[in-house]
Every structure is written in C-alpha cells, then in structure tokens.
Design a protein around this ligand. Structure first.
Ligand code: ADP
Ligand code: MG
Length: 585
C-alpha cells in the first residue's frame, strides 16, 4: 500500500502535505492537480507533514488535492540506449517532447523499451557475482555496454541461468541470480539507481595518475586535468566558460561525455543540439553525438528540476564508469544549481548561511565532487569519472560562497579573468591564478615523464615562472617607462608574451587551432621554451619588441597551419632561422 496525502499548504513550488503513513526524506511523490500528475520530492518531514518540492509549476493547485508517495527516491533509469540522448534533469527525453519546453506534468520514457539489442553473455552459469559484476554486453553505438548485476543487490549471488547470445529487449530477463538462501532474482538490462547516492561497486579509488587530453593548451600543457580528476572554471559573465566547456566536450579524450546544462540561457542549449550531431570525435572518427549525453535544464524550467540535473548526470557517469570506461561529466553552471538549493532552503525558512545559501553548501558541493574519480572495479578493470564544472560568481567576485566551496572540492582551478577576456586573450584562463594540483602528484609526474618527456613537470613550472617574471617586469615598465628600465626587463616581458600568445591563447573557433593534440603541444612548448632560455642582446627595447612581435606572428601562423603540413614545416624553419640568426650575432 502506498502512503498517500492531501495538500495542506502551498508556498510557490513547495507543498506541505498531510500524510496517512510513513514517508522518507528525498522520497518521490506525485501531486495531482486536476488531471495533471506532477512529480515532486520530499525535502523535509515533520510528524505527519511532508514538505515536498514540485518539479513543475504549482499553478491552480488546491488545498485538499491528492498526493501519492512512491516509496523510493529520485532515480535514474540505467540501460543500453542512453547515449546520444537529450534529457531534462528528470531524465525525460527532450526529443520526444515539444523541444525545450516541456508541457506540465508530462513524462516520457528515458530509453526505448521496444528496441532489441544484440546481447552476448560474459559470465558463466555457476559464477559467483556481486553488484556491478559484468554478466553480458551489448553494442551501444561503439561502446561495449556491460549488463551488470544491479547495484542495489547487496551480498553475493550465484549465476543460476544466463540467456544465450541473441537479440533481446532491455526488459527481457537475461540472467537469474541466486542468493545464499536459495532465493532467485531475475535480472534484466534495466536498473534504477537513486541519483543523490553515489554508486559504490568498486574495490578502491586510487589517486588519479593519468592526464586527460582536452586539446586546450592552457589546460593540457600548463594545468593538466587528470583522468578521474576534478576541476572548475569560475568566471564572470561573457568570459568564455561555455565556449571552453564546449571545446573540451568536443575534443576530450573520453569514451563517454555527459554535458549538464543547468539553468543557462535556452538559446545556448539549442546551439549544442544543433551543432553536436554534425561533429566528429577527433580520437575515433565516430560521430561525437554517439558518445554524448546531454542533460539540459534551461533557466525557464522549474528551479527544483535544475537541482536534480547535476545528480542525474553524475549517476549516468558512474554507471558507465562501472563498465570500465573513461567518462567526462561537465556541468554549466553549478552556480545555477547552488541557486536552486538556495531558493529551496529559503522557502523552507531554514537558518541561512553566507549570502543566504544553505549552511551545508560546502558539504553538498564536496560530496558531489567526491563522486568523481578513478576506480578499480572488482574485476580488475579501471574506469573513471572526470568532473568539470563552471561557476558564474555574481560580479566576478571569487570570494563568494559557491566559488570558495568549490575551490575546496576541486583539484584544478581554471580562473577566467575579465581582463584577459576584455583584451581578447582567449581562452581567458588566468595563467598566474590558475592551478592544477595534479602537477604535484608523483604519479602524474611519472606519467608525464613517460608519455610526454622526462622532467616535463619541471618544464611546466619553468614556463609558469617565466610568465610570472614577465608580469613583474611589465609592472616595472608601466611605472618607470620604456626607457626607465634595462632592456633585459623588456626581454623578460616579451618572453612571457611569447608563451601567452603561442601557448596560452587559442582560437576555439578556428578549425585547426581549436584542437591541439598532446604531441603538437609538446613540440610547440619546447620550441617556445628553448627561445625563452636564450639570452639575446638587443640594442634597445624597440629592437626587442620588434623582434618578439615578428616571432609571435610566425608562431601564430604556425598554430593556424595543419600539423606537420608543408606550410607548418615552412613556418617552423622560418622560426628556427629567425632565432638562429639573432642568437648568432
Ligand atoms: P560565459 O559562458 O562565461 O558567459 P561564453 O562562453 O558564452 O561566456 O563566451 C562569450 C564570448 O567570448 C563568446 O561568444 C566568444 O565570442 C568569446 N570567446 C570565448 N572563448 C573564446 C575562445 N577560446 N576563442 C575565441 N573566442 C572566445
Ligand atoms: Mg555561459
């Protein structure tokens, strides 16, 4: 018997329900407003009163309207057929709906329950299995989608029977498992998981040790993101957060990419829908959309549904990670999520924390980021969820609570600066403020030693120092004037500009420059660093600035040339000659 209740109070989309039985925190319920059935989530329970937040508009809802509790939390449906889909935060398929504007109370299936999949067993009858074990697989796009023992099945089981290789619907029974008491459980290809709870079926979570290529030089070369790592991009409006995330979602070296667009402008979201189906994954040559899942809540969707979207995205990420895949989850912007939390907490009249955010904002953000990570599965395979979120601090103030809390949780910090954006130095990642803690990990150092070249991390820090010293020199020049400082200061300044213009700046809209693979980054960086290590003797600051301007120009032409093309080699030779001629003097 389901617990039911009656509406007893309405505060915007928070509804107070008088219940006739037990309800649990975060339990899902449905509120009936006339013939419309709206989904809601319990966010507070006191005695027989439940406070539920409705994922929809509560317009026309009345005292006395009926509520039915479902006995479970907000769940994601996990099965073959998730890839390429566009969902809202509650996993409604947006393509089956009226575009981005979902009719009130409407619900669609998250996957196709009729489609047949070519299934191949991986386990054998008699195998001992636990939650997450791979029973079989189906080919989903180009991903070998593992059919796993449902994550909710606690304890160990014996495989009693297995379906033979063949084509099945996701709801067909593909295995029967027996527990130690002899009870049998049928397993299908569909499982459900409460989104706000981390999926935990792995042996250990080792520290990340590999670097995830994003094709963005300011990240890969200067502040690399680790596979299974976390990072965030704070930046004022218009600084390039969305452009940067889109670039990464197109280029990153991942098997599955999940883009959570929460509460940003609707037109931007439409752009992803329009652009993605055409694009090709640079690593595999497959259509990009085949590895992508988009979860989108635009700002015109109800606040409550926005809060759910980041959790739904993360849960789907953890699901694919359990198959031994590399998953990248991105959320734009997590500030909208935090604002949803704030609105909710304010409506509940909870004691507010800083800037009226909930008191436990920091814990909520940390717990969320902690779900990312590299995992070692029970079967020895590894999988990873890398998480990258943007934060849009009001007025670009990096001291506000969401930025501060996220800074504690994420290991990479890509601060977009208004100044850089204003002077069109894109991506506007501030080279001095930003950092990657992974550069300090011995495992990462070792990985880079092996995969790029020996002592790569030292070279990265050397470049950072050059940029820092260039800024100091520039400050002196600004105060004392061009003639008031030794030419050497100008040289220092221009060396940092060389790094900035050639390595850090990158045109996200150029077909070639947008994506810079690791091998190319290594070559470019070494070329630039070699020049920075040279001592030039310029007659005066004018000769110095002229020299570097020409050099930067040649490098930029090279950046816009196809890797290893004749044109590229031509620029490389011109640069080498240019440098040798000068140093030979
Ligand atoms: P935000 O999401 O931070 O509000 P956007 O990502 O929408 O900002 O970027 C705003 C504008 O800045 C873009 O429309 C584009 O013109 C410019 N821009 C940002 N990043 C780049 C880049 N890497 N290359 C070229 N232009 C960029
Ligand atoms: Mg944006």
């Amino acid at each position: 018997m389901k617990t039911t209740g009656r509406v007893n109070g309405i505060i915007s989309n928070i509804v107070i329900v008088k219940t006739d039985g037990a309800v649990g925190q975060n339990e899902i319920c449905h509120v009936y407003c006339g013939t419309t059935r709206m989904m809601a989530e319990v966010i507070k329970v006191i005695g027989d009163e439940a406070y539920v937040q409705v994922f929809d508009s509560t317009r026309a809802l009345k005292i006395g309207d009926r509520v039915e509790f479902e006995g479970h939390m907000l769940e994601a449906t996990l099965a073959p057929g998730l890839l390429s889909r566009n969902y809202d935060g509650l996993q409604n398929d947006l393509e089956k709906m009226d575009g981005l504007f979902i009719a009130r109370g409407s619900i669609t299936d998250p996957i196709d329950f009729e489609k047949k999949w070519e299934y191949k067993p991986l386990a054998k009858v008699g195998d001992k299995v636990t939650a997450g074990a791979w029973l079989g697989e189906v080919q989903e796009q180009w991903v070998a989608h593992k059919i796993m023992v449902p994550f909710i099945m606690q304890g160990s089981y014996t495989v009693k029977s297995l379906a033979a290789e063949g084509s099945y619907k996701v709801t067909d029974t593909i295995a029967t498992l027996q527990d130690t008491d002899g009870n049998e459980y049928p397993v299908t290809m569909v499982q459900k998981w409460p989104v706000k709870q981390a999926i935990r079926c792995f042996d250990e979570k080792p520290r990340p040790s590999r670097v995830m290529e994003t094709g963005v030089r300011a990240i890969d070369t200067f502040n690399p993101l680790a596979e299974g790592g976390t990072g965030f991009i704070p930046g004022p409006f218009g600084a390039g957060k969305t452009v940067l995330q889109h670039a990464i979602s197109k280029q990153a070296e991942a098997d599955v990419i999940i883009i959570v667009a929460c509460g940003e402008r609707a037109n931007e979201v439409v752009e992803i829908f329009a652009e993605f189906p055409e694009l090709v994954d640079p690593h595999t040559g497959h259509k990009l959309m085949e590895r992508t899942i988009i979860i989108c809540n635009t700002s015109n969707m109800p606040v409550a549904a926005r809060e759910a979207s980041v959790y739904t995205g993360m849960t789907i990420g953890e699901y694919y990670r359990s198959m031994g895949l590399k998953v990248l989850v991105m959320a734009d912007s997590t500030s909208r999520w935090a604002q949803a939390l704030r609105e909710m907490s304010n409506r509940l009249e909870e004691l507010p924390g800083q800037d009226a955010f909930p008191m436990d904002l920091s814990a909520i953000i940390s717990n969320f980021y902690a779900r990312a990570g590299l995992v070692k599965l029970h079967n020895g395979h590894t999988g990873s969820v890398t998480f990258l979120g943007t934060v849009s601090p009001a007025g670009g103030n990096l001291k506000e609570p969401v930025t501060e809390s996220t800074k504690k949780a994420a290991r990479c910090f890509y601060a977009l600066s208004q100044g850089r954006a204003d002077s069109k130095r894109y991506p506007a990642i501030d080279p001095l403020e930003s950092y990657s803690k992974y550069l300090e990990y011995p495992e990462v150092r070792e990985y880079l030693d092996e995969h790029i070249e020996k002592n790569w991390v030292d070279a990265v820090y050397e470049g950072k120092t050059i940029v820092q010293r260039g800024k100091e020199a520039n400050d002196q020049i600004n105060i004392l004037g061009d003639d008031g400082v030794p030419t050497e200061y100008h040289e220092r300044f221009w060396k940092s500009e060389l790094i900035d213009f050639v390595i850090l700046q990158q045109d996200a809209f150029d077909a070639i420059d947008a994506n810079c693979p690791t091998e190319r980054q290594k070559m470019m960086y070494n070329m630039v660093l070699d020049i920075c290590r040279k001592q030039f003797d310029f007659a005066d600051f004018e000769e110095c600035s002229q020299y570097f301007k020409s050099l930067i120009n040649l490098f930029r032409q090279m950046n816009y040339s196809e890797w290893k093309s004749e044109q590229f080699d031509d620029y490389r030779r011109q640069i080498e000659k240019f440098v040798n001629d000068k140093s030979a003097k």
